[in-house]
Design a protein around this ligand. Structure first.
Ligand SMILES: NC(=O)c1ccc[n+]([C@@H]2O[C@H](COP(=O)([O-])OP(=O)(O)OC[C@H]3O[C@@H](n4cnc5c(N)ncnc54)[C@H](O)[C@@H]3O)[C@@H](O)[C@H]2O)c1
Length: 266
């Protein structure tokens, strides 16, 4: 997977999965634009890339604001003249509560970042790629885009929507040389899963992780790097005929019944 001469644009690139992808793209030769609403985090990642001899720029933007999305696209074009890979990744988990109790404002907030943010990214990056007649997009969905998760109605709805956006865009831009895929991580070792565990069991978040690991056939969470590796693959020429697909990286969790996994594990 060689990205020399390629430009990678990454939202939510200041932390977690986005940061791992930014570092990996840079490590394989790409020029990287790191976008995050946390400007200091984005700057730190771009700085780390430059320190390792790479080429990177940081841009502070909130992906829910059309003007800021247009600004990060312009920043990428002004800096590097093209966008070859777009990792449309920024997302939030929201609060954990059952649908019968879920706060309406929180529902709007989660859909705004996870769905509108992804839509706006597509809306403003795809025209660039269509003009280039090339490009690869990976949207971050989740296994929560494939199955339900009690207590996370907004998040689950948002990630199902990301898969719908992915399939639709793939159908539209395939003939123009542009590919669009989704990555569907199961639980990953990042701030997000720590927060969810703390919300579920403030007194003992480690027990949530232990219980969840019991229903994952591989017995562990993914690392951010393992998600980044799939994102790079999907953006690479090795994946030249893959589009509209959802790539699950969950240690087998959604492939098999959780109860059986737990029973076999003993
Ligand atoms: N961690 C997991 O277990 C897991 C599993 C499946 C999917 N995902 C998805 O992966 C993506 C990355 O999650 P992560 O675990 O790395 O989380 P994270 O919280 O570590 O990183 C998310 C980054 O996105 C940024 N961000 C959030 N809202 C933003 C906005 N409105 N505008 C710009 N930037 C914004 C944050 O500042 C942060 O830097 C998300 O879309 C998440 O839903 C995570």
């Amino acid at each position: 997977m060689d990205f020399k001469g390629k430009v990678a644009l990454i939202t939510g690139g200041g932390n977690g999965i986005g940061k791992a992808a930014a570092m990996s793209f840079a490590g394989r030769g790409a020029k990287v634009v790191v976008v995050d609403r946390d400007g200091a985090a984005a700057e730190a990642v771009a700085g780390a890339i430059r320190q390792q001899g790479g080429d990177a720029k940081a841009t502070m933007a909130d992906v829910t604001k059309s003007a800021e999305v247009q600004a990060y696209v312009k920043a990428a074009l002004d800096a590097y003249g093209r966008i070859d890979c777009f990792f449309n990744n920024a997302g939030i988990e929201g609060k954990v509560a059952h649908t019968a109790d879920y706060d309406e404002a929180m529902f709007d907030q989660v859909l705004n970042v996870n769905v509108k943010g992804v839509f706006l990214g597509l809306r403003h990056v795809l025209p660039v790629m269509i003009k280039q007649k090339s490009g690869a997009v990976v949207n971050t969905a989740s296994v929560a885009g494939l199955v339900g998760t009690p207590g996370m109605p907004a998040y689950v709805a948002s990630k199902h929507a990301v898969i719908g956006l992915t399939k639709t865009a793939a159908g539209e831009v395939g003939p123009m040389g542009v590919r669009v895929n989704a990555v569907c991580p199961g639980p990953v070792e990042t701030r997000m899963t720590q927060d969810i565990a703390k919300q579920l069991r403030p007194d003992d978040p480690a027990s949530v992780v232990a219980a969840y690991r019991m229903v994952i056939p591989t017995g562990r969470y993914a690392t951010a790097q393992e998600i980044a590796d799939v994102v790079l693959f999907l953006c690479s020429d090795l994946a030249g005929n893959i589009s509209g697909a959802q790539w699950v990286v969950d240690g087998g969790r959604t492939a098999v019944g959780g109860a059986m996994t737990q029973a076999v594990r003993g």
